[in-house]
Ligand binder design. Structure first.
Ligand SMILES: Cc1ncc(COP(=O)(O)O)c(C=O)c1O
Length: 329
């Protein structure tokens, strides 16, 4: 990509294999401190899986309102951690149900649940600051020139930005990075161009493979972070997404969710436009593991050949991967 100082912050190594754990550990601690017995979230997957795990550890009940079409692995996680998953046909019903639950039963709601969308629980978002702290710590005390995240409602982007701001205010870093949102339908890019503080709901012109960030509208918090950091928003389509996922896996040994490789496509675009310079230090936050959305990125492989003998396997290698059959030493 001609970005020699490109670094990946791999959030797929968290306990439930996504960056949402940064949020959930704080949100669940707050819920418990407030005496909540039930925590709940509307989630396409990662946030629900994460909240379910932290609720299990904290001894709280957890309800996840979701919708048909979320990725199987995350739904399985939610159920295995003992949470109640409620898939609803109408996406908006997820929020209505949570609003009713908050009023009727006082459930602690971690996600947004009113339109137009605002961010998730503000104290949970504080947890994302730790991503900025770790980036700086792991980079020898410097902030990158650019920090790029996949964005849905922008909880993580705004939390990471707040973390960098905090470090800057304390004098721990000499300058702030510029933030970049890799988004799908372009509500942030549109708002940055047109001005104003209201984000418009965008038409869903295509069905994104990056299912975790496929919402038609982001939230003001993300816009604010982009404006404050002189950042950019880059709409990312399905073109080249799976190829980029495979390139990251093959070149770096990092297998990331499709949503999580959108920052790399955004970086390639900005580098191509000359916005990111070759000398710039760039961090892409890969938010979740590639095991999360195998049903999107791989489907059901049916063409695996089973060899009946080692001879058949050698023949196959000879025909398909002859470069392996060279004496090494
Ligand atoms: C893998 C992944 N990346 C990024 C995001 C974006 O999160 P946010 O709402 O913080 O922008 C999500 C969830 O929405 C996600 O699951």
């Amino acid at each position: 990509m001609e970005v020699p100082k490109l670094f990946i912050k791999d959030e797929g190594r968290n306990p439930t294999w996504s960056h949402k754990d940064r949020f959930s550990t704080v949100a669940v601690s707050v819920a418990r401190a407030q005496g909540a017995k039930v925590v709940a979230t509307a989630s396409s997957g990662n946030a629900g899986a994460s909240l379910a795990a932290y609720a299990a550890r904290a001894g709280l009940r957890c309800v996840v309102t979701t919708f048909g079409g979320s990725a199987n692995a995350m739904l399985a996680q939610i159920r295995k951690y003992g949470a109640t998953a409620l898939p609803l046909a109408n996406k908006m019903d997820r929020w209505t149900l949570l609003a009713e639950a908050a009023t009727r039963y006082g459930w602690f709601i971690a996600s947004p649940y009113s339109a137009p969308v605002v961010g998730s629980h503000a104290l949970g978002i504080e947890g994302y600051k730790t991503i900025a702290y770790e980036i700086v710590e792991q980079s020898g005390g410097v902030a990158p020139d650019w920090c790029v995240l996949p964005v849905c409602y922008g909880d993580a982007l705004s939390g990471v930005w707040a973390g960098f701001q905090e470090l800057y205010a304390q004098g721990a870093i000499p300058r702030l990075p510029r933030m970049v949102a890799a988004e799908v339908h372009g509500s942030l890019a549109h708002a940055l161009v047109t001005g104003g503080d209201r984000l418009e709901e965008r038409g869903m012109a295509f069905e994104s493979l990056a299912v975790s960030i496929g919402a038609p509208r982001s939230a003001y918090q993300a816009l604010k972070a982009l404006r404050e950091s002189c950042g950019r928003a880059v709409p990312v389509s399905n073109d080249g997404l799976v190829e980029m996922q495979e390139r990251l896996a093959r070149d770096e040994g990092i297998f990331a969710e499709l949503a999580s490789v959108t920052p790399l496509l955004a970086i390639a675009r900005l580098r191509g436009e000359g916005v990111i310079a070759a000398k710039d230090r760039v961090v892409a936050v890969a938010t979740a593991s590639g095991l999360k959305d195998l049903d999107r990125s791989v489907g059901n492989p049916t063409d695996d050949t089973i060899f009946r003998s080692t001879g058949d396997a050698w023949d196959w290698l000879d025909r398909n991967a002859a470069t392996l059959l060279v004496r090494q030493r």
